[in-house]
Design a protein around this ligand. Sequence first.
Ligand code: WTA
Length: 685
Amino acid sequence: MSEERSPGDLTKQQTADISEAQIAVHWPEEDYFSPPNAFIAQANLTDAAVFQRFSLDKFPECFKEFADLLDWYKYWETTLDTSNPPFWRWFVGGTINACYNCVDRHLARHRNKTAIHFVPEPENEAIQHLTYQELFVRVNEFAALLREACGLKTGDRVTLHMPMVAELPITMLACARLGVIHSQVFSGFSGKACADRVSDSESRVLITMDAYYRAGKLLDHKEKADTAVDEAAKDGHKVDKVLIWQRHPGRYSSAAKLVQGRDVIVNDLLRDFRGTRVDPVQMPAEAPLFLMYTSGTTGRPKGCQHSTGGYLAYVTWTSRNIQDIHPEDVYWCMADIGWITGHSYIVYGPLALAASSVVYEGVPTHPDAGRPWRIAEDLGVNIFHTSPTAIRALRREGPEEPAKYHHRFKHMTTVGEPIEPAVWKWYHSAVGKGEAVIVDTWWQTENGGFLCSTVPGLAKMKPGSAGPGIPGIHPVIYDDDGKELPAGSGRAGNICIRNPWPGSFQTIWKDPERYVRQYYARYCKNPKSKDWRDWPYMAGDGAVQAADGYYRILGRIDDVINVAGHRLGTKEIESAALVVAEVVEAAVVPVADEIKGKVPDLYVALKPGLAASAEIANRVSAAVVSGIGAIARPRRVIIVPDMPKTRSGKIMRRVLAAISNRQDPGDVSTLANPEVVDRIRELAK
Ligand code: WTA
């Protein structure tokens, strides 16, 4: 977190922000758990030779196996083009359509099978079961609307700010059908946060929904679209059309007025497109499928650009072999489609395999902590996928709940943050009833799909460890000097991937330099080289590798806080706080939290002469919520007389982090203002 060292300086860090590295060294190795025989007997991947097939000497041709899970219009000529590193191009020369692969190709055998189970949050509202045929019809009609009524065409960007409803995958797939690049923004983000993404992607069309249910309330969502359009306009970007789906078709559920000539109720307009069919557009494998904005080290979120062919091949293979999805499975990933996990493992991966995928609208603990297990029992869910934050919350609020239901999971996933072994064990015994295999999957928005995980039918599980690289992924841990840390060294370093892979993002939208700088520059062996071996990918996470080859991920090494599994940039939060006129300096630090893993504490200094007050603190907190969204709400806003600073004037965030985490800030005598530390400790009590 602190600026006075280079990123990833894990070995030299001494205090608060290295606690995770220290835990790594002192955290005892856990015992292994074996996958149940019943799981292995039905698993898609049980052939141990897979690791030979995907060894580095078979790279890159081994990835043909991934692409062969898809239907191509034209088969590719070049598996991997490395002529412009690190802008890797996969399956070059091939043409494909992602929507066709997720919908049309299943009609012959699975027309009447459920593609999407939409579970509304209100428990008395009926679950909707959309068959592949219905999905096909609705995607076609909406694609026709996008093309005819909005004039959208291949390569245009469209921002979606939609909640967890069936209309969200329908919208994404309709875009994919036309080769329109979708950029879905998490519905919990504020209108302002949405605006940043609208203008960065230059979307002329914003697609939203009037309202949705969350924690028992029907939230007005359309009002955020108005803010988004206004804020984007301040940025010099004009939105021509706002398309509004109705949460309750036929009824408008928002208090926000419709803007003449700009706002369109989708459910009304769709009547003009009943029965319309739109041919899928044959897209080059390398055409972008979507943008997914994520937090990085600088203020503005960056748009990770994902490809069509490589991405879809990657999520399909990993859904099949790591998630073990068969067409007859009912699969529920409880993530939000507004994050990469939902794109890859609610929509594209499962639907490419003709699975039934559950889309749940609300919070897992509504109206009580038994809700997920009731849904699982009702729908016959047998593969379940969620985050440590959700598992911790369900465990705290209803440790005995899972035992009351007759759900049976063959497979469960955890993703998004490190999971504590005790939480893992509850997941295994209580939720999985000891019958489910667990995969702890480590990856990032940038990666498209899983990087590290055990292959569930082949490897033992170890609580708290993600496992080795999946077949085709070859991780390595480097220390700060670029030396490889061998397995079992007990030392933490920067986890990197030696080789490119088809699911990786192609670039940062409109910022290719940052793409190179942030992910490839640090460990590049030779910037002139066209050999992929010289360009390891740096993930930005600290990790240790045990003697058995399993990786334990320790957390971010950059200015990113992982709150409840969601990435927030410290700079984003600080910029939002600085909007409050009284604030002159802001510094945010991560604090360990029992449920959410990490939460932000926000320290602010006021203009000279102003007195601290709860009123100002509340306004700062509100500014963060309106600038980013409720997930970024600081645990506390602490108004301090001055920030601890180095002699060169840099804020020492690690001192603040130590105070917030009740740890020793270490030697502060070299600070420009050491006396302020005790004062801050008092204020932060
Ligand atoms: C963290 C989410 C430990 C990590 C798919 C990474 C994890 C960031 C795990 C990416 C895991 C993700 N164990 N940490 N299994 N999975 N992370 O981009 O710090 O939202 O860099 O992608 O989450 O978050 P993102």
